[in-house]
Design a binder for this molecule. Structure first.
Ligand code: FO1
Length: 337
């Protein structure tokens, strides 16, 4: 059984850990291919950092900081403090000492001419995540956020000037607390899918969308040329898990992202945002938490099969049960009317 998963960082990684656990008992030999978001990637202190790829690699490889969901367990930040001592920016970025090794290996390998796919494969040989982890693209495509200039600069009508900052600055330095007027995937217009990405969608038995951020994680992956079309074209059932429960994101700040693109922060609105196939989208089925059971009929009327079940990834066992629900719903859709 071949399962392809489009994943962001923390939520995607935790979902994958449960999916892997479920498949180990229900479908031994199943293969998971992950298409990881690289829109969060950033150059920091001359190093290339790939937050979502690293969250997936560390989480599945057993090196993740559980309480943060990013970076390494047992991490220290001595180098970060030394850099701050020199007054070197960005001081707001949490560069971990153990995490630094990953960034150094990746940066040296990229400088030697290896692609991000090749570098990711090499890092995964060390971490052994148990999935094939593909970057969405080997090309640079970075999410930047349009915000009001925080220096207070205004235009001649007295309106705040706007400028783009890197997503990481918005997310980490400003905690997504300053309004995002929009997102721009810098480089996205020319970025192409990494090798194997389109095939992984076309040849999948099931495609899963974990409860990652629908705008800056899943949404970013969908902006890479050809990926959204591949989802619309695949015969595999495309099954998603709502990242919104009872009107709020379970984790992270997806509500700030959804507001920026004019999508309501509800389980139903995100399903319609992805869209059913009949309306030009790609979503065949949608899982919502029991607290959102009231949206099931509305989602079904949008041509998307929908089921309510416990959707909180409280531990691997609960997440494995979610994965089982996804695969059961995929089977229903495949054999459905
Ligand atoms: N998130 C934070 O909230 N604060 C940080 O200082 C921080 C540093 C960091 C370093 C490496 C890395 O791979 C991830 C890091 N993250 C940090 C998480 C990251 O910003 C987010 O996980 C994703 O970019 C959004 O999903």
């Amino acid at each position: 059984m071949r399962i392809t998963v489009l994943a962001g960082g923390i939520g995607g990684a935790r979902f994958l850990r449960g999916l892997r656990a479920h498949l180990a008992s229900s479908h031994p030999g199943a293969e998971i291919t992950v298409i990881g978001n690289t829109g969060d990637d950033i150059w920091v202190h001359g190093l290339r950092v790939c937050p979502d790829l690293d969250s997936i690699m560390y989480t599945l490889g057993g090196g993740i900081s559980e309480e943060r969901g990013w970076g390494r367990d047992g991490e220290t930040f001595v180098v970060k403090d030394e850099l701050a001592g020199y007054g070197v920016e960005p001081t707001w970025f949490g560069l971990g000492d153990k995490d630094l090794a990953t960034h150094l290996v990746r940066t040296q390998s990229l400088a030697a001419g290896f692609t991000l796919s090749e570098v990711t494969a090499a890092l995964c040989e060390h971490w052994n995540p148990g999935v094939l982890l593909l970057p969405m693209s080997d090309d640079r495509a970075e999410t930047h956020v349009i915000v009001d200039d925080q220096s207070g600069a205004v235009d001649d009508e007295g309106r705040p000037l706007r400028h783009a900052i890197h997503f990481q600055e918005w997310w980490i330095r400003y905690r997504a607390a300053i309004p995002a007027h929009g997102f721009v995937l810098v480089g996205g217009e020319s970025a192409t899918p990494a090798p194997g990405v389109l095939a992984a969608i076309a040849e999948a038995d099931v495609v899963l969308l974990p409860p990652s951020n629908p705008v800056v994680s899943i949404g970013t992956i969908l902006q890479v040329g050809g990926i959204a079309d591949a989802l619309r074209a695949t015969t595999a059932p495309v099954v998603g898990v709502s990242p919104i429960v009872a009107g709020a994101p379970v984790r992270g700040m997806a509500d700030a992202c959804l507001a920026a693109i004019g999508v309501d922060t509800t389980a139903g609105a995100v399903a319609r945002h992805y869209g059913g196939r009949a309306s030009g989208g790609f979503l065949d089925a949608w899982l919502v938490d029991g607290r959102d059971a009231a949206v099931v009929d509305a989602v079904e009327s949008a041509g998307i099969a929908c089921r309510a079940a416990p959707m909180m990834m409280t531990d691997v066992e609960a997440t494995a049960a979610m994965a089982a629900e996804c695969l059961a719903l995929a089977a229903d859709v495949r054999t459905g009317p």
